[in-house]
Design a protein around this ligand. Structure first.
Ligand SMILES: [Zn+2]
Ligand SMILES: [Zn+2]
Length: 344
């Protein structure tokens, strides 16, 4: 089978022809129908974040068809449409039992610690597979498994209540999902902060109030739009100290800022004005939980989470096109995700 793999850090991904993986008793061989290209993959290629070994088939946003079923697998049938929760977890350590399986002691991320979906087939632990309802196209199913799932986890970590306002910093794949999910969960005003006009137009189409930092301090704009109250929940989805700072500063009293975007840089917090005096909270968000996937699938199935084809670009399993997409992630304008379709 063909796979597009990271062979060496800092180098373009390359096409390799590999033997078909053999599923173990707890695995399913998935014929990959769609694999999303994520910012994390660009970080692995650049070495900002490390895969556990090389070469590695990247790709953790996967949907496809169950092709071959391991002997002990009961919940997935051959031929089922499936999507992949990207954490491969043990299910019996203290973290797994406590429902924080993203910290599983032997947890491995698919597409980082074991081969992922930039391939015609992927061997996936059955525990990570969910049936993908017919109503949800493969491409959408793939994307949802990272950006939408993490957005939902962030909104849950931030304990969004009906009627509360939400400020979303960064309107990419995560923000696009977060805006729709927040409204579905009953949010009041949803503000979308982004510097790209195309993204702001898209935010408005999906019911969010666009905030353009080019028109002035986004915190002041959010304060003005909420009559000085501030946002009840802020999601920082970019991973930049300036937007982390803004996410904290824009909070209302008792507000919660959920930090999702990755950064090694620090940002300063004025403890009295911005945290203590408001009893505000700054919350870290890491990945998402398998237990959140059924809700996410139900919402998408009901049409509450949509990815129109205009915001998605699909490409074949071609190393140079995959590399170009990874190169373009920082500059992409109206495209929310590029997705590989290995069989198209
Ligand atoms: Zn991802
Ligand atoms: Zn575990």
């Amino acid at each position: 089978m063909k796979a597009v793999r990271l062979m060496e850090v800092g180098q373009p991904l390359a096409l390799e022809v590999l033997p078909l993986p053999e599923p173990g008793p707890e695995d399913v061989l998935v014929r990959v129908a769609a694999a999303g290209i994520c910012h994390s993959d660009a970080h692995y290629r650049a070495g900002l974040s490390k895969t556990s070994s090389l070469p590695m088939t990247l790709g953790h946003e996967i949907a496809g068809v169950a092709e071959e079923i391991g002997a002990n697998v009961k919940h997935i049938a051959k031929g089922a449409r499936v999507c992949v929760h990207y954490m491969d977890t043990c299910g019996h350590c203290a973290c797994c039992f406590a429902g924080h399986e993203q910290f599983c002691e032997s947890g491995r991320m698919i597409g980082k610690h074991r081969d992922g979906g930039y391939a015609e087939f992927a061997r996936i632990p059955a525990r990570s597979l969910f049936v993908l309802p017919e109503e949800i196209p493969f491409v959408q199913g793939a994307i949802m498994m990272c950006s939408s799932a993490t957005s939902l986890h962030a909104l849950r970590k931030a304990r969004l209540q009906a009627g509360e306002s939400v400020a979303i910093f960064g309107f990419g794949g995560l923000g696009f999902s977060a805006a729709q999910l927040a409204q579905t969960l009953g949010a009041g005003d949803v503000f979308a902060v982004d510097i790209q006009p195309g993204k702001l137009r898209l935010a408005a189409q999906f019911g969010a109030i666009p905030i353009d930092p080019g028109q002035g301090d986004p915190v002041e704009q959010i304060q003005a739009a909420t009559r000085g109250r501030g946002a009840d929940v802020a999601l920082e989805l970019i991973g930049h100290p300036a937007t982390m700072d803004a996410a904290v500063r824009c909070l209302a009293r008792l507000g919660r800022a959920a930090l999702v975007g990755l950064s090694n840089a620090s940002f300063a917090v004025a403890p009295y004005q911005n945290v203590i005096n408001k009893e505000a909270e700054i919350i870290g968000v890491s990945d998402h939980l398998a237990s959140e996937i059924p809700l996410l699938l139900a919402l998408a199935r009901a049409g509450k989470l949509q990815f129109p084809s205009s915001v998605i670009r699909t490409i074949p399993l071609d190393a140079s096109l995959v590399n170009q997409s990874l190169d373009g992630l920082q500059t992409a304008t109206d495209i929310i995700r590029t997705v590989i379709e290995p069989w198209n």
